[in-house]
Design a protein around this ligand. Sequence first.
Ligand code: NAP
Length: 287
Amino acid sequence: MAAGIIDGKAVAARVRATLKGEVAAFYAATGIQPGLATVLVGGDPASEVYVASKRKSSVAAGMADLHQHLAEDTSQAEVEELLRALAADPAVSGILLQLPVPAHLDAAALIDLIPFEKDVDGLTTMSVGLLAQNKPGLRPCTPSGVLELLDAYDVPIEGANVVVIGRSELVGRPVAQLLVNRNATVTIAHSRTRNLAEVCRGADIVVAAAGVKGLITADHIKPGATVIDVGIHRGPDGLSGDVDFGAVAEVAGLITPVPGGVGPMTIAMLLSNTLRAAELQYALALR
Ligand code: NAP
């Protein structure tokens, strides 16, 4: 194998350790303990696991766990009432509405009730606009994790040719915008892109976020390129990604494994966002 491995577990552990110190320092300086309100509607088993992990990690970082669990049949009006209360509560630094919500709820309308200074998922229309305009704000967690990994391994971003595969609101679009804001030359590929392999072969950095197992093969990669695999697929042999890891690792310069690459970064960046949210609210209150 030629490629160096980007160790997301190690980078995430470093981010979390640094953050723990920053949370303690912020608390000592302001008397404010950052608090994360995860909001789970219903009992989707995967969502319960994700939320439990976010709560545990926030407590480990020294933050307050302000979790809210609502029944599956909670009405739109009742969820809206809770989100408005959390938005107004000064003990709540960050609000995270766990997705997907039950089908009878309007997720987009609920997300937009989260004020931008508490939007730790970075998914509200306001936060998306702030990112598009390259103005300060809270950025989506997985895309921020991708940038953090590139920086941790000193991968040059400015001027680099980057292909992002995927244009979802959750991953593809925000990753592309974060990279453009860092002066990369970015191509966004998607399901209608013609000759994906040829498009990717021009890239110094490939970010695969298509949700198609093994889509990216050695044929897509320029020798020495950096390959970031955001995809997660559960199979009989465990987790795998959008990248054919074994073959691509023979060609790439650096590559993220699945598991142990991008995945661990998502919660680390959520915690980071929760502290940034608390700092932002403190600064706004001083104005
Ligand atoms: P998504 O909403 O399904 O979006 C997939 C995107 O990929 C779409 O823009 C789609 O194009 C494009 N696409 C699909 N098939 C393609 C193909 N054959 N060639 C090129 N582009 C193709 O998925 P997502 O939410 O962005 O998630 C993407 C993957 O990342 C999933 O595997 C998900 O599980 C994983 N993920 C991981 C983390 C983490 O923490 N590591 C976090 C979030 C998501 P169109 O727009 O044309 O349909």
